[in-house]
Design a protein around this ligand. Structure first.
Ligand code: RB5
Length: 151
């Protein structure tokens, strides 16, 4: 599994904490910025990271900003991206199991480092369950493609 990771300035420190965890776990990742706490614009980094997920170059994305919200809104503009903002592990796990989410967005101003690592664990440790959940995700994909899917 290959992961892309990115942040803006407001999520930079949390991103570093998560990078340490990814290294500890020997998970393969690519960091596409930013590289400091100097102010920058989160859509630029959401676009870079989500682009790699959308193209299949990476399997999952981890995005960090102040709230996680801006990153998720921007990432979800790319076709094939199902980005979620989570601050509880149940939602992070369910987002993979039910929604086949492929990008997790966390807010440094919302969650502390300990909770962030729990959220990471929940997200990375879960897999899409398929079945009825696949059908529903396929309907999301149809919406994204401008189509209309009926039962
Ligand atoms: C930056 O101040 C902040 O707006 C950004 O990190 C993010 O929280 C936006 O959603």
């Amino acid at each position: 599994m290959k992961i892309v990771i990115a942040s803006d300035h407001a999520g930079y420190r949390l991103k570093l904490a998560v990078i340490r965890e990814l290294i500890d776990r020997r998970l393969e990742f690519v960091d596409v910025g930013c590289n400091s706490t100097d102010a920058c614009d989160y859509p630029d980094y959401a676009q870079r990271a989500a682009g790699l997920v959308a193209s299949g170059e990476t399997d999952l994305g981890l995005l960090f900003c102040g709230t996680g919200v801006g990153m998720s809104i921007a990432a979800n503009k790319l076709r094939g991206i199902r980005a979620v903002v989570c601050s509880d592990p149940f939602s992070a796990r369910s987002a993979r199991r039910h929604n086949d989410a492929n990008v997790l967005c966390l807010g440094e101003r919302v969650v502390g480092e300990g909770l962030a690592l729990e959220l990471l664990d929940a997200f990375l440790g879960a897999e899409h369950e398929g079945g009825r959940h696949r059908r529903r995700v396929d309907k999301i994909i149809a919406l994204e493609q401008g189509g209309r899917e009926t039962d």
